[in-house]
Design a protein around this ligand. Sequence first.
Ligand code: CA
Length: 220
Amino acid sequence: MRILVVEDDASLARALTNLLSEEGHAADHVGSGEAALDVLRTEPYGAVILDIGLPDMSGLEVLRNLRSAGESVPVLLLTARDAIADRVRGLDEGADDYLSKPFAGSELLARLRALIRRGGGDAAPRLTVGSLTCDPAAQTAEVNGRRLDLPRREWAVLFQLAAQSGKVVPKERLSAQVFAFDDDVGPNALEVYITRLRKKLAPDGPAIRNLRGLGYMLSA
Ligand code: CA
C-alpha cells in the first residue's frame, strides 16, 4: 500500500519510511503540513501517518483540512506523550487512531494493519473477483483456494486492479497507487508486474486486459 509519512524530524521520518518499506509498503515522506496537503491533493495514498508537531501548521489543522475536503484516507496521528487533549481533538477531527511518541515500530505496524483492515469504515475486508480473493490485511491472494506467491509490488498491483475490477485503470494512476516517488523503478516496471501476474493468475483466475492507450482492467 502507498503510505504518506508527514513528520519534520528527519531521522524519525527515515526510520518510519524504512520500517514501512520492510513491511511491503511504498512510503513517501514530507516534512510540513503545506507539503502534505499539496501531495494529498494529487496522489492516491492508502493511509497517512501524521505528526501533530509540524513547523508550519499543526497536524490537527492538516487533518481538519483533509476531512473538510471530503478526503477519507485513514489517518494515524503521532502525538507527544501525555498530550491527552491532542488525542481527543485528533479523534474529534477525524483521525482513525493515534500513537504516542516514543513508540515501538512493531506497535505502529500493528495499528496500521488494523487501520487498513478497517479501511476507514466497516467495508468488507476481502475482495473477490470471480475465482480470485484478495485479503488486504494479510496481503495475500488466492485463486480457487490456490495461494498465489506474490512479492509485495505484484501484490500491490493486483490489489489495486481487484479494488477497481471491471473498470479500466489508467497506467499512470496504477503506478501512482503502487510506487512511491523515490522508488527505483524503470518505465516498464508496471508491464513486468502485469506479465508476472497473468502467469500466476492463469489458467483459472481472472484476466488482466490491456486496453491499449487506456490502461489495464481486471475482470472475472
Ligand atoms: Ca514533529
